[in-house]
Design a binder for this molecule. Sequence first.
Ligand SMILES: [Zn+2]
Length: 237
Amino acid sequence: MNEFQSLVDLLDLQAVDLQIDRFLHLRQSLPELQEFRVAHARSEQIAVRLAEISDEFKQISLEEDKAEGELELLEQKVHQKELRLFAGGLSARDTDNMRREVESLRNRENSMEDDVLVLLDRREQLETEVEAIKVELESAQSEERRLEAIIGDEWKKLDAEIAKKEVRKQDIVPLIDPDLLELYESLRQHKEGVAIGRLEDGGICGGCHLRLSTAEQQQVLAAELPRCLHCRRILVP
Ligand SMILES: [Zn+2]
């Protein structure tokens, strides 16, 4: 059986490789990964909304500041005209004109005050909205961090397992003929990770589980490297 020792070692290698494959698969299929992607997308959406509402808030704040400034100037103007009227000494006609002017300015002042109130209202509304979105974002980000921590822990455990298997693999690889190893690697790529199987009782291929007839088994075993006639995987008698 010595001539098949390399194949038995290769079977060992495949067992280790399949364990590594399984850990790698587990690494990429943690349910928390999917949850993390959802949470991350949600955070990003909220962040975009926060930026939009913050911009609108800034815009309205500027408009409100501007309107308040204009209102203040108008108030000063009205005040000056009134002082001029209090001082007296104007002709009856000028007095009347100025009185009308003050009245018209007062009307404008009232309408501007209404505008400022509307802006103030909107500004407060947006401020509340910004605060609410910040809270929402904080909660989404903390969910992200929670999932990140779980994934980090799980990956650490899996990576430690993979590292152990890699050490085992390094012990086996030098035992195998390089050409055989190359064939094995290439078969693994095309055969769902399984390159080699035992030839089970009754002539069943351990790789594809199809049966080889007695004549086929003889033909396969006569070859320098036994390979399944159905799936071309390497067979270990
Ligand atoms: Zn087969």
